[in-house]
Design a protein around this ligand. Structure first.
Ligand SMILES: O=C(O)c1ccccc1NCC(=O)[C@H](O)[C@H](O)COP(=O)(O)O
Length: 221
């Protein structure tokens, strides 16, 4: 099944909805962003979730923060995984005490070999978020990249695709490229806030694509 991450959660209701719908990861942004939350808000937001046996993993999103502060926030906010969306290098990643989602931001000029090199430099066992590079932003811009590049990435990697995904386009992405996971923020918002109807539609579209893929696999047996 394609893993789902809903990023930029800022309120308890949306976090609870994501949990009820079986989302795999929720992303809390600690970096500079209109979706930024404080560690205190993060603790409040995840209080109920953390008591549940079956719950999403909580990912903290950071950009070029000191490793010490990231590890401290991870401890204080019970983060399961750290998403690094800045220019952090392999040495830096080695100092992070939690599993890592490593974001690689690409544009139309990025070559697959270059992306593979960047992935190798940070750790092939991590989850690799391939996101769209947009000037002046480290993420959450709602911009899509050319998915064709995914064809040239090793299928052994845990590739999570981000950037401009929506309830309308995510099925096509999954059916064509079978990513390990998908990540969305802007595409499930209305007027700058998370929209429950769009979150439900996004998850429905992912599950529908998974069911179609399963049908193809079973028919081939
Ligand atoms: O979402 C943000 O505001 C953000 C700010 C700074 C660094 C990273 C950020 N988000 C990272 C994510 O994982 C987003 O979900 C990802 O970039 C996709 O966003 P979108 O294109 O809006 O779906």
């Amino acid at each position: 099944m394609t893993r789902i991450k809903i990023c930029g959660i800022t309120d308890v209701e949306t976090a609870s909805l994501c949990m009820r719908l079986g989302v795999d990861f929720i992303g809390l942004v600690f970096a500079d962003s209109r979706r930024r939350i404080t560690p205190e808000q993060a603790v409040e937001l995840t209080r109920t979730i953390l008591t549940q046996a079956k719950r999403p993993k909580i990912a903290g999103v950071f950009v070029n923060e000191t490793a010490g502060k990231v590890n401290h926030t991870a401890e204080a906010c019970h983060l399961d995984v750290i998403q690094l969306s800045g220019d952090e290098d392999g040495d830096y990643c080695g100092r992070i005490t939690r599993p890592i989602i490593r974001a690689t931001r690409i544009d139309q000029t990025s070559a697959a070999e270059e992306i593979q090199c960047r992935i190798a430099a940070t750790g092939a066992r991590d989850i690799h978020l391939i996101d769209r590079h947009s000037p002046g932003s480290f993420g959450g811009s709602g911009q899509k990249f050319d998915w064709a590049i995914l064809e040239n990435l090793s299928p052994a990697l845990k590739i999570m695709v981000a950037g401009g995904l929506t309830p309308e386009n995510v099925e096509e992405l999954i059916l064509r490229y079978h990513p390990w996971g998908v990540d969305v923020s802007s595409g499930v918002e209305s007027h700058g806030r998370k929209d429950p109807a769009k979150i439900m539609a996004f998850i429905r579209a992912v599950r529908q694509a998974d069911a179609k893929l399963k049908g193809v696999t079973n028919a081939a047996r």
